[in-house]
Write a protein that binds this ligand. Structure first.
Ligand code: GTP
Ligand code: MG
Length: 198
């Protein structure tokens, strides 16, 4: 798929105020600093469409980007950021869970995990919650440039084996990406394109 246009639409913390056009939507979620915003910029080939930072906690709101005038990419704040207050964490959890539970256009979400990390309880719990609520998602292993191909293969297998041992009979679909090396882009865009065409 060619990205002809990618435009920021709106940021907010209320799912009721998200754009109401009934076009397919794809959301990026995962721990703070895992590379959600960077991946959106890599996919759209726009350097600073989504704001990124070396410090976790950069994205604070639900951000809608309209792609090729006919679908949305959504950048969400990360979870698991230790430095936010308990109250902020609660507020955040509320609007993110509302977003996932109420957003009708959401056709598939991507749960991003850093390829260097072993399965983390917070990610496992989140994926479990998605499963229990029937919210479709795929996993994206990010920052693949940090490992050699052999290690990627081994660690992805271990990760997916853990999921199938603990949670599901079948592991979710997965992708391996690097925003800095621009790898995994075609696979992800083709996946989205196939869903859009259905
Ligand atoms: P929050 O908005 O805080 O939840 O973070 P985020 O998940 O949006 O992460 P962001 O895209 O802001 O990236 C966090 C840091 O990781 C930045 O320093 C990025 O440059 C770096 N980063 C993102 N993707 C990659 C990647 O593929 N490879 C490498 N090496 N670094 C990456
Ligand atoms: Mg971000």
């Amino acid at each position: 798929m060619k990205i002809k246009s990618a435009d920021f639409v709106i940021s907010n913390s209320d799912v009721a105020r998200c754009p109401n056009e009934p076009i397919p939507e794809y959301a990026f979620i995962g721990r703070s600093n895992v590379g959600k915003s960077s991946l959106i910029n890599m996919l759209t080939e726009r350097k600073s469409l989504a704001k990124t930072s070396g410090r976790p906690g950069k994205t604070q709101l639900i951000n809608h980007f309209k792609i090729n005038e006919n679908w949305f990419l959504v950048d969400l704040p990360g979870y698991g950021y230790a430095r936010v207050s308990k109250r902020d964490k609660k507020t955040f959890q509320k609007y993110i869970t509302n977003y996932f539970l109420q957003r009708e256009q959401l056709v598939c979400s991507f749960v991003l995990v850093d390829i260097r990390h072993e399965p983390q309880p917070i990610d496992m719990e989140f994926m479990q919650w998605m499963g229990e609520n029937g919210i479709p998602f795929a996993i994206i292993f990010t920052k693949a440039d940090k490992l050699k191909p052999k290690a990627i293969e081994r660690d992805v297998k271990t990760y997916l084996d853990t999921l199938t041992a603990d949670m599901w009979e079948e592991a979710p679909q997965h992708f391996v990406t690097s925003a800095s090396q621009r790898s995994g882009r075609d696979e992800l865009l083709n996946f989205i394109d196939d869903i859009n065409e259905k």
